[in-house]
Design a protein around this ligand. Structure first.
Ligand code: HEM
Length: 512
């Protein structure tokens, strides 16, 4: 690469012959100027052509623009004696922006919860997510196609879908993340890390495309299926050969699971299932459906394989179709009675037993996305110049950031405390002691998420309402943050659940 001086650059300052400097790198934009998405004329402005355009550039573009191969090759040299200041992160590195990472990852900070093994695990997970998952996330979020099979296979090779079910027997004999830790070492903090790392790209539809159906649809099979059913279905799903989803909610019943209308009628050794399910994540491409039904003996959960009597139709949602959100119809679908998950009449317990884990997972992914929003905002207010000063010079902007930071730090501390309880309580103890707390935590986190989405939108202004350019991640988060407040139990219902659980546990012998 040629070493050039500002003097030489300044001679190339007119239409047909324009050079500019961005962060000490010299770009020949003579031909590109006509194709520039932001317009041609502005590149010939006196303050730009032949000059150092660093500040103008970073006020209008994300750094990643310069890293795209078609633009990177416009660079013809560097300014003699200068070094680029802006350094992109190497895959696996943590962000250098304050509060962009939970404090346990920041240099010089301590935590009672995370040990050296968690740090090792986080580094490997970040590297894998950045190198393998991120490119697919960006592509699928935009084109709406399902997660690519190649990525599914790599995820399964690392046993990431298995780890997303939490610690337990299903991990036995599996090599986790290439052997960074053993199945015995794996705990809920490792699982928290997996969820955080998969949710920090600002591609909310893809977060669900990343086999969220498996995270909520497989546990009933794992915990309540017969040994034969488990032996067949669990490896197929965890090895990425088949896809599964949880089919509970209906147009008739969402958070009110007891109001389900899909029926299961026993005929000999078979169940005959009839009804519809709505908002079913991954349903479009699922091979198995974990279905909540009403039978003459009460609620029952049944594993239904895809067949001619099961049809799925994509539902148009506010987030990307990559999530495969479906309307599912069962038209007298026949399933062996051996596919029953748990006891007939106790289906509600099967469904409810799954909820704490699902809600905790949503808290992790939402919080991770909220940190990403804080990072975006801190970068933007630092590089955007308004009224001759960086945006961060405005007190009203700093006040918004103060609230955002306080919310994520409060949420993180609460989440880590709950996660520590999960590590030390049996599943039954968790159901007894943490159901209310996780409900309240999820309500808190999803509310803060929407407050943060609002604040970030004000900070980014017009850029937050376009799906490309500087504010594209804010646009995505603002559009999709309500998902977290609805999926896995609607926000108000969960807050209410938390308080009802507390009232239930009020001792009789206390009075004011
Ligand atoms: C190597 C140099 C440059 C490249 C490769 C480049 C590329 C791009 C691209 C890809 C966009 C579309 C939006 C996006 O993806 O962010 C864009 C928009 C834009 N560019 Fe550039 N650009 C360059 C230099 C400049 C400079 C020096 C200016 C200074 C005035 C400028 C002004 C703009 C404006 C005003 C927009 C529209 C921004 C918006 O819609 O918010 N560009 N540019």
């Amino acid at each position: 690469m040629k070493s050039l001086t500002f003097d030489e650059v300044s001679k190339h300052n007119k239409e047909g012959d324009v050079w500019i400097v961005i962060d000490s790198k010299v770009y020949n934009i003579s031909k590109f100027a006509n194709m520039h998405p932001g317009g041609t004329g502005i590149l010939y402005a006196e303050s730009i052509a032949g000059k150092d355009a660093t500040q103008a550039f970073f006020g209008l573009h994300r750094h990643e623009v310069l890293l795209r191969p078609q633009y990177a090759r416009l660079q013809i040299g560097t300014i003699a004696g200068e070094e680029p200041v802006v350094q992109p992160l190497v895959a696996g590195d943590v962000s250098r922006v304050p509060y962009a990472e939970p404090s346990w990852l920041a240099k010089g900070f301590f935590s009672p919860f995370y040990k050296e093994g968690h740090k090792r695990f986080q580094r490997a997970m970040r590297k894998f997510a950045t190198e393998v998952v991120y490119p697919d996330a960006i592509k699928c979020e935009e084109n709406g196609k399902r997660i690519s099979q190649e990525v599914v296979e790599k995820l399964c090779e690392m046993n990431i879908p298995a780890m997303r079910l939490g610690p337990g027997k299903h991990l036995e004999g599996r090599t986790l993340l290439g052997g960074v830790i053993t199945p015995e070492e794996f705990d809920h903090f490792h699982e928290l890390i997996v969820n955080f790392e998969l949710a920090r790209f600002g591609t909310r539809g893809y977060v669900d495309a990343l086999l969220a159906g498996e995270v909520i649809g497989l546990p009933p099979v794992l915990n309540f299926g017969s040994p034969e059913l488990r032996a067949k279905v669990v490896p197929e799903v965890l090895d990425g050969k088949k896809f599964i989803c949880l089919a509970i909610s209906e147009a008739f019943a969402g958070s009110d699971v007891a109001g389900l209308q899909t029926t299961a009628v026993r005929e000999g050794d078979e169940w005959v299932i009839t009804g519809t399910k709505k908002w079913i994540t991954n349903g479009v491409f699922a091979d198995y459906f974990t279905v909540g039904c009403r039978s003459k003996d009460g609620y029952v959960v049944i594993l239904v394989p895809r067949s001619d009597d099961v049809s799925t139709k994509a539902i148009k949602t506010a987030y990307s179709p990559t999530a495969g959100t479906a309307y599912v119809t069962f038209e007298k679908a026949r399933v062996p009675v051996a596919n029953t998950l748990g006891e007939v009449g106790k289906g509600l317990q099967v469904i409810l037993s799954n909820f704490n884990h699902e809600r905790w997972m949503i808290v992790c992914t939402s919080l991770s996305a909220q940190r990403m929003v804080v990072e975006e905002c801190l970068k933007w207010v630092n590089q955007r110049i308004v009224f001759g000063k960086p945006l961060s010079a405005q007190a009203v902007v700093r006040a918004k950031l103060a609230s955002m930071i306080a919310r994520i730090e409060a949420g993180q501390s609460w989440l880590e405390t709950v996660t520590h309880q999960m590590n030390n309580m049996s599943y039954d103890e968790q159901a007894d002691k943490l159901t209310g707390q996780i409900g309240l935590l999820k309500q808190f986190i999803t509310r803060t998420g929407r407050e943060t989405a609002e604040d970030a939108t004000q900070i980014f202004g017009g850029r937050s309402i376009t799906a490309s350019g500087m504010g594209k991640l804010i646009e995505n988060y603002h559009r999709t943050s309500p998902y977290d407040a609805i999926l896995g139990g609607q926000e108000d219902v969960l807050g209410d659940l938390g308080v009802r659980q507390a009232i239930k546990k009020m001792p009789k012998n206390v009075k004011l």
